[in-house]
Ligand binder design. Structure first.
Ligand code: SF4
Length: 433
């Protein structure tokens, strides 16, 4: 099998950097395993180790510092056939420590290569979670105050079933990496090397010294038998297939024809307690009953019964590729605080647009048609105003009809709540506008 190194982008590390050796060793391991570029994804972290994915002709993902394992987990769950290899420095490992622990506990089939050179090389040689207490680094005395982290001990304690420690200079490293990558589960390889540009300027570190330091530690050479268990992604799929309790797998059956040919964007601007989100949900269900695609995006405070509540519903016979509302076709303005939150949206509306405005609520100037509604005079309580506005909207048939809305309500509510909702629909027809 050919090398998977990218001929257009040879490694660009500082002279003598051990990362260069790690790149070539990883390539040898992939070659020995007979893997094609399309079989592999390299997920790199930030820092010098973050350059790794660019040196290979494989799939690649490069994200935020310390988060590489989270992206790798998503990739493995979505594309279980890929060999997922994460390259992360000791800096990123410390930053994303909780993700490291979660990965060890979870046991997805991912290989983590920790390119451990005892400092943040790219940013100037500051101390990391593995910097020895006695080392002299760019962050002054700070490493004196913290105990360094033994990557292998932590991984083994947290449940990783494959843990190995090696110098990057060992001859058998390609075999070790191949073993880690072939392992069906989470494999951690703590690869000790040197950063001549930063750490080694003040802390000379030869391959021999690395070897003797490793020998003084508890040896880790691969499988941790007490941590062997089922791989997460295949186990997840098996359990998820059995777990159908409480989930309506039947979906929503199409019983109406769509009433619009183009996408419609409807925004409800209200307050907590006005059942704004429920209103948006009913609109969405009514549209789905006509076979349309729907997205709903909500924005509300974490508090209950206080603060603005906004819901954006997009309804479209075509696929909705992005959920952002650009130019609303309809705004239902139910409260001042809701309107204030999205003040700029009114200016984006075109003259064909409609605003259903609760009497007494101030809105900015807009080109859209404004329909002021006196809900109070119509006997509609605050908590029913979103539904009443929806009823008014449905009377135009755009984007849903009253029949669709009635069916959505019947499917969503039961008993007294259903009766109340039906009454609101009828009352809304008599509201003075
Ligand atoms: S800063 Fe250190 S780790 Fe980064 S490329 Fe240079 S020698 Fe290598």
């Amino acid at each position: 099998m050919d090398s998977l190194l990218n001929p257009d982008r040879p490694p660009v590390f500082c002279p003598g950097c051990s990362h260069d050796r790690s790149v070539h060793t990883l390539d040898r391991a992939l070659k020995e395993m007979g893997l094609k570029g399309s079989d592999v994804v390299i997920v790199s972290d930030i820092g010098c180790s973050g350059l790794f994915d660019t040196f290979f002709k494989t799939h690649a993902f490069h994200g935020l510092h310390g988060r590489a394992l989270t992206y790798a987990a998503g990739i493995k769950l979505a594309q279980p056939h890929l060999k997922v290899i994460v390259t992360m420095g000791d800096g990123g490992l410390g930053i994303g420590g909780a993700h490291f622990l979660a990965a060890c506990r979870r046991n997805l089939d991912i290989s983590l290569l920790v390119l451990n050179n005892f400092n943040f090389g790219m940013t100037g040689g500051q101390f990391s979670c593995t910097t020895p207490e006695h080392a002299s680094v760019a962050s002054s005395f700070l490493n004196l105050l913290e105990k360094p982290f033994d990557v292998c001990n932590v991984a083994a304690c947290a449940g990783a079933p494959f843990v190995a420690r090696s110098s990057v200079y060992r001859k058998n490293l390609p075999e070790l990496l191949a073993e880690a990558i072939s392992f069906k589960g989470f494999a951690v390889v703590d690869l000790w090397g040197g950063c001549p540009a930063r750490y080694m300027k003040k802390n000379p570190l030869s391959p021999k010294e690395i070897e003797s330091a490793i020998e003084k530690l508890q040896p880790y050479q691969g499988v941790i038998s007490t941590n062997i268990r089922r791989e997460y992604s295949s186990h997840y799929r098996e359990e998820a297939a059995k777990d159908t309790a409480g989930v309506d797998w039947q979906g929503i059956e199409k019983t109406f024809e769509p009433t619009v040919k183009e996408r419609r964007e409807v925004v409800f601007l209200g307050s907590a307690g006005q059942r704004v989100i429920t209103g948006g949900g009913l609109l969405g269900r009514a549209a789905i009953l006509a076979g349309m695609n729907v997205t709903q995006k909500n924005d509300y405070n974490i508090t209950v019964m206080r603060g603005p509540s906004v819901t954006e519903v997009i309804v479209s016979p075509q696929a909705i590729t992005y959920t952002e509302v650009g130019k609303p076709d309809v705004i239902v303005a139910l409260s001042e605080e809701g309107v204030r939150k999205c003040w700029g949206l009114f200016q984006k509306m075109e003259k064909e647009g409609r605003v259903i405005l609760a009497a007494g609520v101030e809105i900015p100037t807009t080109d859209a048609e404004v329909l002021e509604v006196n809900f109070k005079a119509g006997g509609i309580k605050k908590k029913e105003r979103a539904l009443a506005a929806l009823s008014l909207l449905a009377q135009t048939g755009d984007p849903v009809t009253l029949e669709m809305l009635r069916e959505a309500i019947s499917q969503s509510f039961h008993g007294k709540r259903l009766e109340e909702a039906r009454l609101v629909l009828e009352k809304a027809a008599t509201i003075p506008v």
